[in-house]
Ligand binder design. Structure first.
Ligand SMILES: *[C@@H]1O[C@H](CO)[C@@H](O)[C@H](O)[C@H]1NC(C)=O
Length: 306
């Protein structure tokens, strides 16, 4: 009698365990992995559209010129933009400082055709010889990127329709490092938005300083002339393209005093008080100047595009 009871009890428990295990194999692990996956992805950058910014297009303006690290730098920018394109629309404007578009850049951009994550435009505009940096000149001695950024502004004015969905321009040099979170901030710009830039001007960062009472930009922490109307690095602001379209005279110029490019360009569009502080009230750094060291290339292996 007792033995039968134990046997029945044992069989029931075994049956329950078997059913439970089978169910676990079928559905458990999948649900589990999926949750972990989404959680991880969302910690790095939100793929889900909490604040829908899919209707915003960020026009990223990237001047570039030949040197050994060019392809490596452009690949980094391309990959950053691929990630950013999961969150918002990207239109990359690449402007070569060259008489003709190069095969290197053409080949690189072909990758975007294949993946189809975002759109791009390939332009070229050569810097006139009198403005070219000479071998030993310090980087800041002459204006850089003037011709190329103006070519991009011209393309925007010729090709982009005003109004409609929101469009923001961002000057995205090819030698900086960008956190993909920056693009969520750029998408928030209404007219002109600003944020800190890391490792620039001889400081760990440059940033607009906010008035704690009003929350508006009151001044700047910057390594050089913080009393400029806009002591802001090229990578430290985004601007609504509707503004660019309403001020056709706003371009970069060789006549602008050295170090005043950004400041004079921004003064066409806005005032210090109107700037929109982003990146958690300018407390977060999402972009850094990280210049790649010039490689010491002593010889070349023919037949490779490096
Ligand atoms: C930024 O500052 C304003 C007040 O100046 C405050 O209302 C707001 O919550 C702050 N935002 C963040 C993200 O800290």
């Amino acid at each position: 009698m007792k033995r039968t009871k134990i046997l029945v009890w044992f069989m029931s428990v075994s049956f329950i365990i078997i059913v439970w295990k089978l169910y676990g194999i079928e559905s458990g692990p999948e649900n589990f992995n999926e949750e972990i996956f989404h959680e991880n992805v969302n910690n790095h950058f939100s793929l889900n559209e909490k604040h829908s910014i899919k209707h915003v297009t960020i026009y990223c303006i990237t001047p570039t010129y030949w040197r050994y690290v060019q392809k490596a730098e452009l690949i980094r920018v391309l990959q950053t933009l691929t990630l950013a394109s999961y969150k918002t629309n990207i239109q990359w404007i690449v402007i070569e400082d060259s008489e003709q578009k190069t095969e290197l850049v053409k080949n690189l951009l072909k990758r975007i055709d294949m993946q189809d994550h975002f759109k791009y435009v390939h332009l070229n505009a050569k810097t006139p010889p009198f403005q070219k940096l000479k071998g030993k000149d310090p980087r800041w001695k002459k204006h850089r990127g003037v011709e190329q950024r103006n070519a991009a502004l011209k393309w925007i004015r010729d090709n982009v329709n005003p109004h409609g969905t929101k469009k923001i321009a961002f000057f995205m040099d090819d030698d900086n490092t960008y956190d993909v979170k920056l693009f969520e901030e750029i998408a928030k710009v209404r007219n002109v938005g600003v944020w800190p830039v890391g490792l620039v001007g001889g400081l760990n960062l440059e940033t607009p300083v906010l008035d704690p009472k009003t929350g508006k930009v009151a001044g700047y922490k910057s390594g050089w002339k913080p009393d400029r109307a806009f002591a802001i690095d090229m990578a430290g602001f985004g601007i609504n393209i509707d503004l660019i379209l309403t001020k056709p005279e706003a371009v970069f110029s060789y006549r602008m005093e050295r170090g005043f490019q950004e400041s004079q360009f921004l003064s066409y569009f806005t005032t210090k008080e109107q700037l929109e502080p982003l990146a958690d009230n300018c407390t977060k750094v999402y972009v850094w100047h990280t210049r790649t060291e010039k490689p010491d290339v002593k010889g070349t292996v023919p037949g490779f595009e490096v």
